[in-house]
Design a protein around this ligand. Structure first.
Ligand code: ZN
Length: 473
């Protein structure tokens, strides 16, 4: 590269920066030290690269002009929501401009007759949930990072969380999207129609594609009636075959009211009791598994008795050894805190590698035993815990093996994803692929599938400026 050419690039860059600043104004344009460190990395935090610029568009029109300029200049961008991801999809790479959706956080409309809410992408999930609740409606998507994650991030990663068993993943809650394409084209699709079989369902391309095919700016989302009752129990269960039977029992007896079936392996429960000091353990450390069951009913008198009957029968059948049932909203929250604490034990232990995988429920018991055996053959003193949304076949694994290094992470990846490949599972259930899992994409996807993904990327983003290198190279 000659000096002359280098100078040319700098000149082009200066021009681009001036044009971008004109589009966003001072409020939407941050550089150098004014870029907060939270824009350098997501929750996994292994990468810490300062973006060369942080743009915060205030409107779809602004974002459209930003992307048109970046497209013309071949300038790569990293699209950012609440930065609570776990696979480094939103963490900027060297030379990228970060685009944060944090200023676009309006609730545009709540429509009780179609039971929909129309929002901007930067709206925090919890604000969305609370806004729906104020109108007597429920937005059922729920995950531990609800206070800081944004609906745009939830959409672009197709987030799952705690209530998928009844309401589905984020994808299942979307009716319409507005998206800005790589060249600045605005795709207006804010439809409230539940049935709309008019050719390809284009919005699905952008849900779960981690910002690589377009930038979601607005969404029309489904709302549900606010449930009238909510009952939660934590059960002590011995033997995984009883966990699996308890799931079938809960599905059969609670029917559509079953909203949560979360399982904490004993190893995680011990870590919670030791390190999550704010959490009051509802049961002693005597059982192989701790199962949180949640039921939401429409408010009839039968809801509570139905839940109690389900638990009573589970005890009589010997599926459950002991159970604690919530009697108030505070007790309900306290039981959920036990489950949420599984993700937060790092504070007392040190860096935890965090995994998110899918399996057939019939393989989970073997997986739990086998993964520990294989990990201990490399790291005899590893601290590990399993927990997850067993009703959806989704497990999380947290592992501490001492010092945190990238090479070590790859070695743990190889153990876990190798076993997942043997069992025909998925290397990502709800966190996405990002930069961190892309070398394992072909463990869960065929060569033909990956080729079609690349064809779509090429068609929608021919210059490769949108979050390049995420999902695949
Ligand atoms: Zn989860």
């Amino acid at each position: 590269v000659s000096e002359f050419y280098y100078q040319g690039v700098i000149d082009g860059m200066t021009e681009l920066l001036e044009q971008l600043r004109e589009v966003t104004g001072a409020r939407g344009y941050l550089d150098g030290d004014s870029i907060g460190e939270r824009h350098f990395h997501d929750l996994m935090g292994a990468r810490r690269i300062r973006p060369q610029l942080l743009l915060r568009p205030g409107t779809t029109a602004e974002l459209s002009r930003i992307l048109a300029l970046c497209h013309a200049a071949n300038q790569p961008v990293a699209v950012q929501g609440g930065m609570t991801g776990l696979v480094s999809a939103a963490a900027p790479q060297q030379g990228e401009i970060a685009i944060s959706m944090e200023r676009m956080k309006q609730v545009i409309e709540i429509d009780p007759f179609t039971a929909t809410i129309t929002v901007e992408a930067g709206l925090p999930l919890q604000t969305l949930q609370e806004t729906a609740a104020e109108h007597g409606l429920l937005f059922p998507l729920d995950l531990g990072s609800r206070g800081s994650c944004t609906i745009g991030g939830n959409l672009s990663t197709n987030a799952g969380g705690n209530r998928v068993i009844r309401y589905g993943m984020t994808r299942d809650l979307v009716l319409g999207l507005e998206v800005v394409l790589a060249d600045g084209t605005v795709l207006e699709g804010l439809s409230k129609l539940r049935k709309n079989n008019t050719g390809y369902d284009l919005k699905q391309l952008f849900i779960g594609s981690e910002g690589t095919l377009g930038v979601i700016t607005k969404a029309v989302l489904k709302l549900m009636p606010q449930p009238g009752t909510q009952d939660v129990a934590v059960c002590g269960v011995n033997g995984f075959e009883k966990v699996a039977e308890l799931l079938l029992h809960a599905q059969k007896t609670l029917g559509g009211n079953l909203t949560g079936f979360e399982v904490i392996w004993r190893n995680t429960y011990e870590l919670i009791c030791q390190h999550a000091t704010k959490v009051k353990a509802p049961l002693p450390v005597d059982y192989d598994f701790y199962v949180l069951i949640e039921s939401m009913g429409s408010g009839g008198k039968g809801d509570r008795t139905g839940f109690e009957d389900m638990l009573g029968a589970a005890l009589d059948l010997g599926l459950v050894s002991d159970a604690v049932l919530s009697n108030s909203a505070a007790e309900r929250d306290a039981l959920w805190q036990v489950r949420d604490a599984a993700a937060g034990v790092a504070a007392g232990i040190g860096f935890m590698h965090n995994y998110d995988i899918s399996l057939n429920v019939s393989d989970m018991d073997y997986f739990g035993t086998e993964v520990e055996k294989r990990l201990r053959s490399h790291w005899p003193d590893a601290i590990l815990g399993l927990f997850g949304h067993v009703g959806d076949g989704n497990l999380h694994i947290i592992i501490h093996v001492g010092e945190q290094t990238r090479a070590l992470h790859q070695a743990i990846d190889d153990v876990i994803y190798g076993l997942i490949r043997e069992l025909g599972g998925s290397v990502s259930a709800e966190h996405g692929i990002g930069l961190m899992k892309k070398s394992y994409l072909d463990y869960s996807r065929s060569a033909q599938e990956i080729q079609l993904m690349k064809t779509l990327k090429q068609a929608l983003d021919p210059k490769g400026i949108l979050s390049p290198g995420r999902i695949f190279d």
